[in-house]
Design a protein around this ligand. Structure first.
Ligand code: FDA
Length: 402
């Protein structure tokens, strides 16, 4: 029987960070993963360049049933701390958009850095290795049965991530362990995911596939002490089945099935007021007028979808019609019929209920020695490096506590 102080299950972003932190404190750590290729999600992240953190990361950039939970870990291991690690490993990086930091060369450099950090603490690896059971041992600690031999460990850290992209190794292992130890869950849902629409409702927009533009998008409620709504200004992309692009990925995390999203396709402009004011001076056809602010193909499609003739002249249209058109474009309100699901989702929203965990250490309150970190926990970041920052911060929090 192999004996360790700590067994970390899942050698992704959070698991490697946690294993390295604990091992460099002198703990004997084993890091277990069932995959044959290490850290595939880091490898494919940020288009192969890994958006490894966001310099503006703070609690407001995360969704959780308990929005305060992430504060402690995020404040004790910040984006600046991770940047310092990246610099120490001489990895070149650059800021792309709104504080998002990417490797200059390759995401592989982040994987190598984490491997080196694990090696610095002499972490033991079991990979590929399948854990068939995890149980509390009579004499304290845990017993793990695996296909490469049994393991005894004083503490176990679950870092097996969420459900997105099963083909590169995502499983519900973390959720099953939570269930086994009777820990509550927040229902998992695909997040940071393209949204789809009923094919009949979407038919007028199929032609617009490929069009991208900056929009305001919002969903949910902003009222009360715990507002559930989200609001973003980002690029939107029309697809054959619905909508994608950063604006939609962001809002998808806030979207609840059955409810609408509201898109302002020309955020800088009060369209109805501008059109009504321009009636006396603008002689053009409506399609030409709109194409000042929207891609021509989109302007035409929107006019047709809302029952306007393309050759209608602005001057001939009653104000009420122009107000209707203004609302249709400044407040385009549509209800998705679903999302592209876990195959396309960058992350899983929900997971192990944070009320079951210590915000300092990530340990389950009622199972001493059992920890949950990273995406397995009900803390979900916005698009833009926030999810990795949560993986690093929660990994360090548990790594310092085990
Ligand atoms: P992660 O998924 O990284 O690791 C879990 C590990 O557990 C895996 O190695 C898996 O093989 C292993 N595992 C699962 N089940 C197991 C079992 N039963 N037994 C043993 N091992 C098991 N975020 C960001 O901040 N910036 C970005 O640029 C991107 N880009 C991006 C692109 C794409 C395409 C995706 C899908 C996701 C992103 N993300 C991202 C999100 C980010 O990748 C994600 O939030 C983190 O990897 C989560 O880290 P974890 O360590 O929690 O899980």
């Amino acid at each position: 029987m192999a004996k360790f102080d700590v067994a970390v299950i899942g050698a992704g972003a959070a698991g490697m960070m946690c294993a390295a932190t604990a091992a460099q404190r002198g703990k004997r750590v084993v890091l277990i993963d069932h995959a044959t290729k290490l850290a595939e999600k880091i490898r494919i992240s940020g288009g192969g360049r890994c958006n490894f953190t966001n310099i503006n990361a703070g609690p407001a950039n995360f969704l959780s049933e308990n929005p305060h939970f992430c504060k402690s870990a995020l404040s004790r291991y910040t984006a600046a701390d991770f940047v310092a690690l990246v610099k120490r490993h001489r990895i070149g990086y650059h800021e792309k958009h709104r504080g998002q930091l990417f490797c200059d060369d390759s995401a592989e450099q982040i994987i190598d850095m984490l491997k080196d950090e694990c090696a610095a603490g002499d972490v033991h690896w079991r990979m590929p290795c399948k854990v068939s059971s995890l149980a509390q041992a009579d004499e304290g600690g845990f017993l793990l049965q695996t296909d490469t031999g049994d393991i005894e460990a004083d503490s176990v850290v679950i870092a097996t991530g969420g459900l997105s992209i099963a083909k590169i190794g995502a499983t519900d292992f973390g959720y099953r362990i939570a269930e086994q130890f009777e820990l509550r869950m927040v229902e998992p849902r695909p997040a940071l995911v393209p949204l789809t629409f009923d094919p009949q409702q979407w038919a007028p927009f199929v032609e617009m596939s490929g069009i991208a533009l900056e929009v305001d998008v919002e969903t949910g409620s902003f009222k009360g002490r715990n507002p559930t709504g989200g609001r973003f200004r980002e690029d939107l992309l029309f697809t054959h089945r619905g909508l994608s692009g950063p604006a939609i990925l962001q809002i998808s995390s806030y979207w609840t099935p059955g409810t609408p999203i509201v898109i302002n396709l020309i955020p800088e402009l009060d369209l109805a007021a501008t059109l009504i004011e321009g009636k006396g001076t603008i002689k053009k056809q409506l399609g030409n007028v709109l194409s000042q602010w929207l891609p021509a193909r989109l302007a035409e499609g929107l006019l047709l979808a809302h029952g306007f003739a393309l050759d209608a002249r602005l001057a001939d249209l009653p104000d009420a019609q122009l107000r209707k058109l203004g609302a249709a474009i400044n407040q385009w309100t549509i209800t998705p019929n679903g999302s592209e699901g876990y195959k396309k989702a960058e992350v899983t929203r929900g997971g192990v209920d944070t009320r079951e965990l210590s915000q300092q250490s990530m340990m389950a309150n009622k199972v001493p020695g059992l920890y949950f970190i990273g995406e397995a926990v009900d803390v979900t970041g916005w698009l833009g490096g926030y999810n990795f920052q949560w993986a690093w911060a929660s990994g360090v929090a548990a790594g310092q506590a085990v």
